[in-house]
Ligand binder design. Structure first.
Ligand SMILES: [Zn+2]
Length: 294
């Protein structure tokens, strides 16, 4: 069922009133669901007032192309289908200037860049507090793009490739559960095995692969990336806003391959799949009654 559109989305983007700077580098769309969607590497503003990062050969500056579009499309589809909105946080400043998916000390060479880092994370903090006012658990989704040749979706839970080589039984009896960015989800449902949340019937990966036919790892179909493959297990934001260390928020890093970002049909396919799959997660595990609205 599609509910009538209110002005909420028409007024966007909304700047967060409590922030000091209100700069043009961070965009926030306030939501109603216990879901935050973020795109930290999709920015395309290159102001000369903020120097480029120069911190050595390991500094990655590539833009995760189309990830802002993907986040906005997921949010709009959820809104159209349910009448409810996720919170959205987008960085407009290019990754050559600041990398907000790193510790602040490594994020930028300049005070100006670090101020944007602070504003980005203040905005996420604001969204977390908004969610916590009405919900006792939430989900943070960090959207990225990769160029690995497998062209699958990589889901990051802070568990490295080696850990994902373990069998389900080994995983369920290892310390992986307490090292994962969905530790709180697993604790809230002690009757469901941890491996099921990671790559079984209770996982986002299996939902994307089974229901939407999108190759995803980890999932029941692709339980782990082969050991020789490059795989992103989750960065700073997944650590900071997931439940590995503490808290009621779980986090998943979603790395999208180029075919699902660079064409309009690919983006439509993946955003439709993520809209449905994230709504399923919220309804099944985060106490949100989406069924009445879908
Ligand atoms: Zn990225």
């Amino acid at each position: 069922m599609v509910l009538p559109v209110t002005n909420q989305w028409q007024c966007l983007p909304t700047q967060v009133p409590l922030l000091d700077s209100n700069s043009k580098y961070v965009t926030y769309y306030e939501g109603t669901l216990p879901l935050i969607l973020a795109a930290p590497h999709g920015g395309r503003l290159f102001p000369t007032s903020i120097p480029d990062r120069t911190a050595g050969n390991g500094t990655v500056t590539v833009t995760d192309a189309y990830t802002k579009d993907v986040v906005l499309a997921i949010a709009k589809k959820i809104r159209e289908r349910t009448g409810e909105s996720p919170h959205v946080v987008l960085l407009q400043l290019a990754r050559t200037k600041v990398d907000v998916n790193r510790e602040k000390s490594e994020a930028s060479d300049s005070d100006a860049g670090q101020m944007v880092w602070q504003e980005y994370h203040n905005t996420i903090q604001y969204a977390l507090e908004k969610v916590n006012q009405n919900h006792n658990a939430g989900l943070f989704i960090d959207i990225h793009g990769h160029g690995h040749p497998e062209n699958w979706i990589e889901l990051g839970y802070l568990l490295d490739n080696q850990t994902l080589q373990l069998s389900d039984e080994e995983l369920d009896h290892s310390k992986a559960k307490s090292e994962a960015s969905i530790q709180n989800l697993s604790k809230r449902y002690p009757d469901i095995m941890f491996s099921s949340f990671l790559r079984g019937n209770s996982s986002l990966g299996t939902r994307l692969a089974s229901t939407h036919h999108l190759r995803t790892t980890p999932s029941k179909q692709e339980p782990n990336p082969s050991q020789i493959k490059k795989y992103f297990s989750g960065g700073y934001c997944t650590q900071a806003y997931g439940s590995r260390d503490s808290g009621d928020f779980d986090a998943i890093q979603i790395e999208l391959p180029k075919p699902l970002r660079f064409s309009a049909s690919g983006r439509d396919q993946v955003t439709t799949a993520l809209c449905e799959s994230l709504a399923w997660m919220l309804q099944t595990f985060y106490h949100v009654d989406m069924r009445a609205k879908m």
